[in-house]
Every structure is written in structure tokens, then in C-alpha cells.
Design a protein around this ligand. Sequence first.
Ligand code: SF4
Length: 204
Amino acid sequence: MITAVRKLAGAGRPVTSPGVTTLAGLEAEALACVACPLHAGRTNVVFAGGNSTAGLMFVGEAPGRDEDLAGEPFVGRSGKLLDRLVAEELGIDRTGYYIANVVKCRPPANRDPLPTEVATCRHYLESQVELVDPKVVVTLGNFAARTLLGVTEGVTRLRGKAYPYAGRVLVPTFHPAAALRGGAVVVSQMRADLVRAKLLLIAP
Ligand code: SF4
């Protein structure tokens, strides 16, 4: 089943935001967005962080409290763990990768984004992928992998291999929050996934 979905996901191109041709234009649109109910509870729209010219892009789920307050993705404990693992396994900091979430506004009490919220917001992410044009996309957690691959499997089943996605390659791994909860085993699996991403990044 996963093989069939991989073919479908790899064959299609993302639907991009109509009429937007630059990241700055896309960000301006997102910062003013009130298209789904999540806009009502946000402090900031969390559009993205890192380097928009990088060949590596991370995709998470949604901003949490720290991110909502800062207007930056992955700035809390999860983000610090991600930064450390990426530095240790790939030797880069945020000047070496781009990072964004599936939805750009914080869900109340950090609940999961609703399917309608993901459906409304996903064009921003898909346009970011198109405009940044990374060689490798690493999804963090279930939501990002399911959204981009169009599958229902969880990351535990999906991780351990790479998938074609819109003319590039996608490596699923755990959300760093899961690594904070899951301890050494999950951290070690995340490290292995990051090494997989690194090898794909440097491959000719
Ligand atoms: S979550 Fe996305 S679609 Fe909803 S208001 Fe924020 S930017 Fe707009």
C-alpha cells in the first residue's frame, strides 16, 4: 500500500498559492491570513525560519506556545533538541536549512490541527517547498509526513526510508517532541534518519 501511495505522491506537483511568485509575497499573504479559525487565537503567524536558499527543509506540525509568542518555528525545547541533533549529525545550524510547519497559526492548547485547518493552510507549505526548492525535505512527526505524502500511516511505519515527493526526496522522522518523550531509542532513530537525509543531500 505504501508503495502505491509513494508513486502517487511522487508523480504529482504541489498545488501552489495562486499568483504568488516569491517567498516574501507568500509570507506577506500568510501574515494577513484569516482563512481558518486558527487566526483568532494567534499572537503571531509563524511562517518559517532558517535559510530559504538551503537544500534541506524541515517540516513540522504547528506552532506551539513558544513559537506563537516568538513568531519563529521550533524555538522551544523541541526546537533546541532538533538544533542539537542536526548540528551533531549534519554539522549545520539554521543558516544551513529552512524550517516551517504544516499550519502557520497555533492551535488552541496545542491540540492537533483539524483536517479542515490543514486543508486550508497547506497551500502555504506547498508553495514554500516550490519556492525554496530544497533537494531533501525532512518531515517531523505524523502530520507533516501524512500531509505531504498523502498517506494515513504513522511515522513509526513510514520512517527508515526515503520517498519521492514533488521532484525531490522526502525523509520522514519523528517530531522532536516525541524524542523528548520517548528518550534514547527515539533520539537514536532520529539520528539515523538525519544521517539518511545527509547522505541524500550530498549525493550527486
Ligand atoms: S493556520 Fe494557515 S490558513 Fe489558518 S489562519 Fe493561519 S495562515 Fe491562515
